[in-house]
Design a protein around this ligand. Sequence first.
Ligand SMILES: [Zn+2]
Length: 115
Amino acid sequence: MGLRFLTQLRVDLNPLRKYKYNHNFADTSDEFCLCGFGVEDIYHYLLDCHLFDDIRNALLDNVSGIIGENLRNYSNILLKDVLLYGLTLIQPSEPTRPLYISNAVFSLTKNTHQQ
Ligand SMILES: [Zn+2]
């Protein structure tokens, strides 16, 4: 489930409420996250939603350890790309890191998405 969801996030065909609402899914009456603090889009899900704070903090600690930098210093746009795609955009000479990061993000998607 987590790997499929990660792929769906990458291609922007995912079960987040913003996507489902924009495509008129019958079970989605609005685009707002169930936490009540924003539109459930990829940024909210990956970077902001407080429902996933504990899992996200563990993920950011894990990935920060892998790359040797604190991901919390990255911009949201860069952080989203790192979490979804690994570090190929930043460090193309180190092809193993994206795999480790993808595995870490896989654990986030596996543990947070309810479907
Ligand atoms: Zn939320």
